[in-house]
Write a protein that binds this ligand. Structure first.
Ligand code: GCU
Length: 435
């Protein structure tokens, strides 16, 4: 059954060729009126930089100064030296509801299939899978999650379209980098949809490859669109796929805040590992995201770039050159020159909530360093008068700690399981049910 297509909203300024050029080459735009030194001129700072000290050394003394000066400066610094610019919202944005089925999960939920059109091809078309609890008195809070293999892998339901584009060969049931019927429901065990719905939450999911596929050599999505046929403007080592994915989160939020079944004040962004890096980046740049769940996000996400455990800046840049911009590669040999660390990215979420969840055997993602990052973000929560981490001790296994800044570590390996989802829901309950 196909419901009438509807137009959700028209957003943002026109993506003109000037904007394309500025995005790729860093022109001064209202959000980018900062001039930053060459990497060679930056001092080495062994400790994570204080989020409450401006680049020029001046301390940040008030919430107003944080909001008006330091936050914009930090955002510009992250875009300039690490992630590249998060592209602007598209001029033409249309959400089409392709199907709506109230009898999903034995009648407990409604399945909505939506396609977000962000402009003419090859501008991304994002398939959003939305599962909304039927038993509720008010619009539902939602977990918005970016996934690795396509929405069809999360549920075994033929109404969910198979992902159209390139998928990694590691995805179960994919052949020649294409999804097949055999990939349907391959990950259901790790996505406890019934439980999520039973606890009153909606789930919205999209596939990273709908925004830009995870390939160092090819852009088939947002960057191909922005390059507008000019391959010199689509350079793998100066792309910033994490920024593109953060843009994808933001486009899904554009839709969710307009959907009357969803509570626009209670939108959480979730991602595992590389997807968690993008979820945290999206939240740091988008105040509509109330909670960030960068699960086991590690280097370039929740772990310090100055970290001595696990993945280093050089290793991540060498293996995944397309995730960050060209400037970030200049820190390979000297990450201590970064004028920020990931504590500043977490702090950009303040006063909103962030949970860092880790696993004991996942030393590649530096669980202890992730705790340090939260501690070094805490001062901003204090300045804003809200409780942050509220503890100086790494907790025992399986004990969720913290307030607006939360930390959790379990035994086991790098994975996102149904048990992890229970922790996400517990943390969201703490944030949202106490209001
Ligand atoms: C690699 C990479 C990590 C990343 C992880 C993942 O291990 O080095 O940075 O987080 O893949 O996305 O699973």
């Amino acid at each position: 059954m196909e419901s009438a297509a509807h137009k959700a909203s028209i957003l943002g300024a026109s993506v003109s060729s000037v904007a394309l050029t500025c995005f790729l080459f860093g022109c001064a735009t209202p959000s980018q009126q900062h001039v930053f030194p060459d990497v060679s001129a930056l001092p080495s700072r062994p400790a994570m930089p204080d989020p409450l000290v401006m680049l020029n050394g001046e301390p940040v003394r008030s919430a107003t100064q944080w909001a008006k000066e330091r936050r914009p400066e930090l955002r510009a610094l992250f875009e300039h030296y690490m992630y590249g610019r998060i592209p602007p919202a598209p001029a033409h944005f249309q959400a089409r509801v392709m199907g709506q089925y109230a009898g999903f999960l034995d009648g407990k939920a409604t399945l909505k299939l939506i396609t977000l059109e962000t402009g003419p091809a090859p501008s991304p078309q994002i398939d959003l899978l939305l599962v909304i609890p039927n038993q509720r008195r008010a619009p539902a809070p939602v977990f918005l999650v970016m996934n690795f293999c396509g929405n069809h892998a999360l549920v075994d339901d033929p109404r969910v379209p198979l992902t159209r584009g390139w998928v990694p060969s590691s995805c179960t049931g994919c052949t020649n980098n294409s999804a097949t019927e055999a990939s349907r429901g391959a990950q259901t065990a790790d996505w406890p949809l019934s439980e999520i719905v039973q606890r009153g939450y909606a789930l919205a999911a999209f596939y990273s490859g709908d925004v830009d596929s995870d390939r160092a050599d090819v852009s088939d999505g947002l960057y191909a669109f922005l390059a507008n046929g000019d391959s010199s403007r689509n350079v793998p080592a100066n792309r910033g796929t994490l920024a593109a994915w953060a843009w994808g989160f933001q486009r899904c939020v554009d839709y969710l805040v307009e959907d009357p079944d969803i509570d626009a004040q209670r939108i959480a962004a979730v991602g595992h590992s590389r997807n968690g890096k993008a979820a945290l980046l999206a939240a740091a740049f988008d105040d509509r995201i109330a909670i960030a769940f960068p699960h086991q996000a590690g280097c370039g996400g929740s772990a310090p770039s100055r970290g001595k455990t696990g993945e280093s800046v050089k290793v991540i840049n060498d293996h995944f050159p397309h995730w960050f911009n060209a400037a970030f590669k200049q820190f390979n040999a000297a990450p201590t020159k970064l004028p920020f660390d990931q504590n500043c990215l977490a702090a950009l979420c303040a006063p909103r909530a962030v949970l860092f969840s880790a696993a004991q055997d996942d030393q590649w993602a530096n669980p202890a360093g992730q705790f340090d990052v939260l501690q070094a973000a805490d001062a901003v929560y204090q300045l804003l008068g809200v409780p942050g981490l509220d503890t100086a001790q790494v907790p025992p296994l399986r004990q969720l700690v913290g307030n607006r800044l939360g930390y959790y570590i379990r035994e086991g390996k790098h994975s996102m399981t149904a048990d992890d989802w229970r922790v996400f829901m517990d943390f969201a309950d703490r944030q949202w049910l106490k209001r």
